[in-house]
Ligand binder design. Structure first.
Ligand SMILES: NC(=O)C1=CN([C@@H]2O[C@H](COP(=O)(O)OP(=O)(O)OC[C@H]3O[C@@H](n4cnc5c(N)ncnc54)[C@H](O)[C@@H]3O)[C@@H](O)[C@H]2O)C=CC1
Ligand SMILES: O=C1[C@@H](O)[C@H](O)[C@@H](O)[C@H](O)[C@H]1O
Length: 342
């Protein structure tokens, strides 16, 4: 059976997911699109034989030729489309963040619990990245002993002009927030932010930042967030255990030695660095729901938990204090929600 998908938001990642669903993945077809930027959506629809261009996200969700919805619009619009998909009983893959506040995420969790089945998956694609999966396997094997700390770096070459001070946490470090919950298999209990000297490349932003996360089991995670690093898109992670360390490997397939130097290329952006992870993520989502099953990836609960930590991180950035994370009780629908079945 071919899963018929409608895509809301035909911007950068919307178009990238449409490309992979139409030219890379199996068992899926894009049958409808919409965007408030009608001209772009029309152009995208014209390149998709048989696809319908809808005036609104609500019309797309109601389309009988749409079995499942992919939400790639701006964060503040996610809640309405995810709630609309749940109300229509349709599986929905929502790009991160699930919603921009923890209250909005809770409303989504409550709607899904009321519906009585898992319909929502959130686009935290690092759980599907080969390097992160290999790192987690080492940690889970016990080879490096009990994990005590994790050092992370999230470096963007640059960011768009509408990127705000808080985006370093809510839009960028939110990937690490989800990833470490999954890596350690436990919740984050508090956040702090340390502010170093400002980069001259950062404009009005406080760039870089250091986010410190406390894990429920006592481990500490530090995340360097640099969003104007210029040289490329660089994602790092190293877990320090009692008996050893394990780090994400060098991902380039080529090392060039020339003119007295050894060099590997650095990815330009997230599309290049996580190309394969997005493919695996969406293919697994398609496969899990195509036969009427439930989505197995990051859940609405994971989206809510990440948003709650993100809110604490923003508060820590604003106040310079340690801010605890308080989560609502986890509904039984999400038991084992920080684990991704393999
Ligand atoms: N998983 C990942 O690594 C990444 C995730 N993202 C996430 O994907 C989402 C979109 O990001 P980008 O594609 O980079 O942004 P973008 O600005 O390129 O595209 C967003 C599109 O949504 C449309 N839009 C805005 N409001 C809408 C509404 N109410 N209804 C329908 N369409 C609407 C805009 O017109 C625009 O075309 C964001 O939530 C972002 O955080 C983005 C980049 C990477
Ligand atoms: O999700 C993403 C963007 O929205 C965000 O702005 C970037 O900082 C991240 O690296 C990228 O993965």
């Amino acid at each position: 059976m071919t899963l018929r998908v409608g895509v809301i938001g035909t911007g950068m990642i919307g178009r990238d997911h449409i490309r992979r669903m139409t030219t890379v993945l199996a068992g899926v077809a894009v049958t409808a699109v919409t965007d408030v930027d009608v001209a772009t959506a029309k152009k995208v629809a014209e390149g998709l034989p048989g696809a319908v261009l809808h005036a609104t996200g609500e019309d797309l969700i109601a389309d009988p030729a749409v079995d499942a919805v992919v939400v790639c619009s701006w964060g503040p619009t996610h809640e309405q489309y995810v709630l609309g998909s749940i109300a229509a009983g349709k599986p929905v893959f929502c790009e991160k963040p699930l919603a921009t506040t923890q209250d909005a995420c809770r409303r989504i969790v409550e709607a899904e619990v009321a519906a009585g089945r898992r319909l929502v998956q959130v686009g935290y694609m690092r759980r599907y990245d080969a390097a992160y999966r290999a790192l987690k396997e080492v940690v889970d094997s016990g080879q490096i002993g009990n994990p005590l700390m994790m050092h992370c770096a999230h470096r963007n070459a640059d960011v768009p002009s509408f990127y705000e001070k808080e985006s370093a946490i809510t839009d960028t470090a939110v990937h690490e927030i989800d990833m470490v919950r999954w890596m350690f298999g436990e919740e984050i209990t508090a956040a702090r932010v340390l502010i170093p000297r400002k980069s001259r490349n950062g404009g009005p932003l406080q760039d870089p930042l250091l986010l410190i996360l406390e894990m429920a089991g006592g481990a500490l995670v530090d995340v360097e967030i640099s969003v104007n690093i210029r040289y490329g898109y660089d994602i790092r992670g190293e877990v320090v255990g009692e008996d050893g360390t394990a780090a994400l490997g060098d991902l380039s397939p080529v090392l060039v030695r020339s003119a007295g130097q050894a060099a590997t290329p650095v990815p330009v952006d997230w599309r290049e660095r996580f190309l394969r992870a997005y493919d695996v993520e969406i293919q697994e989502w398609v496969d899990s729901i195509a036969g009427g099953g439930v989505p197995l990836g990051p859940s609405a609960w994971d989206g809510y938990a990440a948003a709650a930590v993100s809110d604490s991180g923003v508060e820590a950035l604003r106040t310079g204090t340690r801010v605890p994370v308080t989560l609502a009780p986890r509904p039984a629908l999400y038991d084992a929600a920080v684990e991704v079945p393999r």
